[in-house]
Design a binder for this molecule. Sequence first.
Ligand code: SAM
Ligand code: SF4
Ligand code: SF4
Length: 378
Amino acid sequence: MSTLLPIFPPEDLLDQPTLTPEAQQAEEEKNKMRRYFEKPEEQLSPTVAHEPVCLYLETTNRCNLLCTTCPRTYEQLEPEADMPWELFTSLVDQYPNIARVVLHGIGEPMLVKDLAERVAYLKARNIYVLFNTNGTVLNAMNGRALIDAGLDELRVSLDAADPDVYQMVRGKDFFSKIVENVRAFTQLQRELNAPKPMVSLWLTGLRETVDQLPNFVRLAHTIGVREVYLQRLVFFDDAEANENSLARASSALFEHTTEREEALIREAESVAAELGILFSASGAVDPGESIRMKQTDNPWSLCRRPWSLMYITANGRVLPCCIAPFSMKGYGAFTLGDATQDTLREIWNGPEYQRLREGLLTSAPPPACTNCGLRWSL
Ligand SMILES: C[S@@+](CC[C@H](N)C(=O)[O-])C[C@H]1O[C@@H](n2cnc3c(N)ncnc32)[C@H](O)[C@@H]1O
Ligand code: SF4
Ligand code: SF4
């Protein structure tokens, strides 16, 4: 398979990198938000006195791709829906001082027509706003609307540096379109002198695609993206894995990285350093370190998400995090409440949340947590 890509940067990127004061501020804000969930500031207990610092609001569960790593491709998790505007605003209004809102769940947020209005609603409350997108429908009009709305981060899940590998992982032939969409978006940002949103490219770490990494970094540079992330695969255990899905133990880089795979990561790191690209892996300082992290006896005991964030699906179901649906099938076993029936405050310290937190503090965690790739997402 061909992995060759042009490595010439756009003219106006050639003598870049002193950041403007605005870009510097955006960078600092983002770094401050990134590790919020790793710092518990109080004794952990099943009930929590403070409010969550982050909400994941699944603006839609619709999607136009068929990624072979994603549970949505193999199973309808909930009735197809966009989160109604009234539900969206009522959730935000319950925690208007929340620090951060993530606008994706399992689905493609950019399919939601009024996404920019939702971003603006949050930015009016001084909330840090980001989402992951597959980039397929990013265009001049919705891109401009997101810039105007004040979006802080736009994370593009591209997963490959060439069309064949893209199709294998993401299920459809959209590689070139997305690359052009992102290139045009960063160009628009430069024309508007708009440092935000900070755009990044994401690749889910698979043994089948780790060889894409060096060219993935080069591609980012070519299209004006300054950050690249290698994110850890979350997978079902063998008994639950879907046929033909890449979300399986044998595809995960984690824990059994070969010398060749390590060398590819090192190569990507050195390409990134050469090109002035920030290359990082989920929650770790450097990609190699993240891949090598070994399971401790109770890896879930490191998880702070149930003490810091809430995840609400498009239909109002409350889940512990964005990761559980990738590590355990169905929503039934890890649903914590119904935000169309109860307030977030009631659910946050309700019996299901307490049970989840209790479990994480023991050696017998809830089943979804047993299989989870901790520190998976920034
Ligand atoms: C479920 S998607 C939702 C947002 C959007 N549709 C997208 O693809 O970016 C959120 C993130 O999960 C990633 N992802 C998909 N399957 C995964 C898996 N098994 N393990 C880890 N990340 C995965 C996607 O690449 C994406 O970055
Ligand atoms: S990973 Fe994102 S783009 Fe891919 S199928 Fe899942 S929700 Fe859709
Ligand atoms: S599934 Fe993982 S990230 Fe989610 S609450 Fe459990 S241990 Fe934490």
